[in-house]
Design a protein around this ligand. Structure first.
Ligand SMILES: O=C(O)c1ccccc1N[C@@H]1O[C@H](COP(=O)(O)O)[C@@H](O)[C@H]1O
Length: 218
């Protein structure tokens, strides 16, 4: 049976993290990008991590960090991986992978009217390819989907046995079924689609997990 990996992202309060306990998502993400609505500090992150279910991997989301930013994070908190959600280079990914024992999720942005991103050179240095919508002003957490036909174009660049490809951008309980049915991503990642009025919504989170299981079991 297929098992689509689920990453739930953008937790800011212990109350919201606790809503994930009965669901144990495969991954839980925390935003460390300065100045965004879901941003948390190292101190808050440290407190939130106490409530993360044992089975869920803990991911810090960063955008164009310096090597020192990553080192400071690693010194402050115990995490399983980082998601690089900016324009990080192949060399930067290599440096991070060589220095830290971290799972590295690299985001590749799908922008309207732009060629599909080139992922091949990154493959030795990353663990997951994550595709997300972007426009020229903002990246991540916008609740907007990209043209999923681009998933096929990215997969066509990859050798047959290769890294998992995850999809993000405007996903919710109402569209993940179609995404999995049509494009079979290895994983999905979402922030906005499991929230109501800026707070994580237990019902939406549960329905999302149920919908993924339903489609996986088909
Ligand atoms: O969630 C955020 O606020 C965020 C901020 C900065 C960078 C990444 C962010 N989240 C990631 O964005 C995508 C899509 O989110 P959405 O479901 O469309 O809201 C996902 O990869 C999140 O991990």
């Amino acid at each position: 049976m297929k098992k689509t990996t689920v990453k739930m992202c953008g937790f800011q309060t212990s109350e919201d993290v606790k809503k994930a306990i009965p669901l144990s998502p495969d991954y839980m993400g925390f935003i460390l990008v300065p100045g965004r609505t879901r941003t948390v500090s190292h101190t808050t992150l440290q407190n939130l991590l106490q409530h993360v279910p044992d089975k869920s991997k803990r991911i810090a989301v960063m955008q164009n960090p310096s090597f020192q930013d990553v080192a400071a994070l690693m010194h402050a908190v115990q995490i399983d991986g980082i998601q690089l959600h900016g324009n990080e280079s192949v060399l930067f990914c290599r440096e991070i992978k060589n220095h830290f024992d971290l799972q590295l999720i690299k985001v590749f942005h799908i922008e309207e009217g732009k060629p599909v991103p080139l992922v091949k050179e990154y493959l030795p240095w990353i663990d997951v390819i994550l595709l997300d919508y972007a426009n020229k002003n903002k990246r991540g957490g916008q609740g907007v989907s990209f043209d999923w036909r681009q998933i096929v174009e990215v997969k066509n660049q990859l050798p047959s046995a290769t890294l998992p490809v995850w999809v993000a951008g405007g996903l919710h309980r109402g569209n993940v079924g179609a995404l999995i049915d049509q494009y079979a991503p290895d994983g999905i990642d979402l922030s906005s689609g499991i929230e109501t009025n800026g707070k994580k919504d237990s019902m939406k989170m549960r329905q999302l997990i149920d919908e993924v299981s339903r489609v996986d079991e088909k």
